[in-house]
Design a protein around this ligand. Structure first.
Ligand SMILES: C[S@@+](CC[C@H](N)C(=O)[O-])C[C@H]1O[C@@H](n2cnc3c(N)ncnc32)[C@H](O)[C@@H]1O
Length: 194
């Protein structure tokens, strides 16, 4: 579905308004709606779009070609690229599992452990510029529990709808079912300067 997150994308447009060529990462881009929507908000952006599922990324590539779009580079991968630094990283509805939301088991370890969430955030942290923004929506974990959180400033958006999914702590135990309410995080400093 196009434009699933207008509040988040509008925030990115505001904070990147003065940037003549922002670099964006759309991690878990599925069939391409997310990076194509981002380009509507930020037409000068260069976007890397990563997707693990080969069928989805084939559709995404076709869709971008049909739209005549040459500023999105698609990568079939389960990991973010390591050779670029980004002004914004979008990880929307990715670090989650439907079974956790549906069955809400007491422990998430066998399905999706907190460790996987934290490791992925650490990879984002390595490629996000200081002053850049990380957008994490729809995850089954809280950014505030992650090992990178102390170097980030949370930004509350009043118009961003919560993801009503199960939330698990850093010990893999179910915390509650009310979901996250903060989805934007500004990188204040790098790990090296921490
Ligand atoms: C629910 S879709 C969300 C798509 C898009 N981000 C959005 O919000 O509209 C999640 C996508 O993330 C992909 N995905 C899950 N884990 C991934 C990983 N480790 N690396 C890249 N893509 C991943 C899935 O294959 C799926 O296409």
């Amino acid at each position: 579905m196009p434009d699933r997150h207008p509040a988040l994308f509008a925030h990115a447009r505001r904070v990147l308004a003065e940037n003549p060529g922002p670099r964006l990462l759309s991690f878990g881009c599925s069939t391409g709606e997310e990076p194509l929507t981002l380009l509507r908000y930020l037409p000068e952006a260069q976007i890397d779009a990563v997707e693990i599922n080969p069928r989805s990324i084939a559709i995404a590539r076709k869709r971008a070609n049909e739209a005549g779009c040459s500023t999105i580079t698609f990568h079939q991968s389960g990991l973010p690229p390591r050779d670029t630094s980004y002004d914004a990283v979008f990880c929307l509805s990715v670090l989650r599992h439907g079974e956790l939301d549906a069955a809400m088991p007491a422990l998430c370890t066998q399905i999706l452990p907190f460790r996987r969430f934290d490791e992925t955030l650490q990879l984002f942290d390595q490629i996000l510029k200081t002053g850049g923004h990380l957008y994490v929506w729809g995850s089954n974990f809280r950014f505030s529990d992650s090992s990178i959180a102390p170097r980030y400033q949370p930004i509350m958006l009043s118009d961003a709808p919560p993801h009503p999914g199960a939330i698990y702590g850093s010990d893999d135990r179910l915390i509650d079912s009310r979901g996250n309410t903060v989805f934007v995080f500004r990188k204040e400093r790098s790990a090296a300067s921490a």
